[in-house]
Design a protein around this ligand. Structure first.
Ligand code: FES
Length: 328
């Protein structure tokens, strides 16, 4: 299967990064200690030249900034929506598919930072909206923040398979989401509907009483159906879902499917749809454990075709990642 060689930061103001400085650049062969020039993914700038121009040093990395919390909506004790005011430039950078930030409270060290996807943005308020599930030390730290919070960004690799979503125009995209993982799909919907794409969303509320994201999807014009998609007890897709998907694949000309659930969910739906329609491309939310977000710590590494992929920076093809031989 075709393997992507694409760094989400290549050509941005954060490129070249420390990987290039240490001879581990994802894209540039010269900065992998090879002697020939064989740039694998051109993003408009020569990373090698940029590094030389910068005195063989990485560009300045993202820094935490203290931001105001505008509102906190409590959905449940362990489920909160934060509205955070950010600078205008950061807001614009975050209005992109797959955008996320690291959050932490002002009183704790940087290793408390946890990555959270942008669900929605508001230019009038100059704010980002994030749906946060409280389930560990880092997110409990966020829950303690009521007025101020530290925000570091922008990061963009929250969605894999972005090449299938970028520049889509007048196409149809199906988003299959479950619980909190469906939140990044809202921003995808926002971006895609700007280019007259049709969005159909099937949303599973997960363990919540209702689908928290539904109103946000409909706000941006998606056709939303709320249903149960997966039986977690026996790890199968529900009959209801199979009926919906049969109808959609018959009636709609779906170009791309975005899988927005946990790995089990993504794997089940991608394989189910792939055996029925091999021409559909897949994107998925990135469920890797991220610590640094800069390609350094290795916590997000996944193995594909025998190669290690730093999934915080590098894009991969979700079909390749989730594909199983006997996908039913
Ligand atoms: S999160 Fe540290 S290398 Fe990806």
């Amino acid at each position: 299967m075709y393997k992507f060689v694409e760094c989400i930061d290549a050509g941005s103001e954060y490129c070249p990064c420390h990987l290039a400085e240490k001879g581990e650049c994802i894209i540039c062969s010269q900065l992998q200690n090879k002697v020939f020039c064989d740039c694998l993914y051109w993003k408009g700038t020569c990373i090698y030249e940029e590094l030389l121009k910068n005195g063989n040093k990485a560009k300045k990395t993202r820094q935490y900034k203290k931001c105001d919390i505008i509102a906190i909506e409590k959905i449940r004790d362990d489920l909160l929506i934060y509205d955070i005011r950010v600078s205008n430039s950061l807001l614009r950078e975050l209005d992109n598919i797959g955008a996320y930030v690291f959050l932490k409270s002002p009183n704790f060290p940087d290793y408390f930072g946890t990555p959270i996807s942008i669900m929605d943005i508001n230019y009038e308020q100059q704010s980002i909206k994030l749906l946060i599930k409280i389930h560990g030390i880092k997110t409990k730290d966020i829950k303690d923040c009521n007025e101020k919070i530290m925000v570091k960004g922008p990061y963009w690799n929250g969605i894999q398979g972005q090449r299938f979503l970028r520049n889509l125009k007048d196409k149809s995209v199906l988003i299959l989401g479950r619980g909190v993982a469906a939140a990044p799909g809202v921003l995808v919907t926002r971006r895609l509907t700007l280019n007259n794409n049709k969005i159909i969303a099937l949303l599973d509320k997960g363990r919540s009483d209702k689908n928290i994201c539904t109103d946000y999807y409909t706000k941006y014009g998606a056709e939303v159906n709320n249903l149960s998609i997966i039986n977690y007890k026996d790890k199968t897709l529900t009959d209801d879902f199979k009926k919906y998907i049969k109808d959609i694949l018959e009636k709609e000309n779906i170009d791309v499917v975005l899988a927005a659930g946990d790995d089990e969910f993504n794997s089940l739906i991608i394989n189910y749809i792939h055996v029925r329609r091999t021409d559909i491309c897949f994107a998925s939310v990135n469920n890797s454990i991220m610590c640094c977000g800069e390609g350094i710590c290795g916590s997000c590494i996944v193995k594909l075709s025998g190669k290690e992929i730093r999934s915080c920076k590098q894009q991969y093809n979700p079909l390749e990642y989730y594909y199983v031989e006997d996908g039913k």
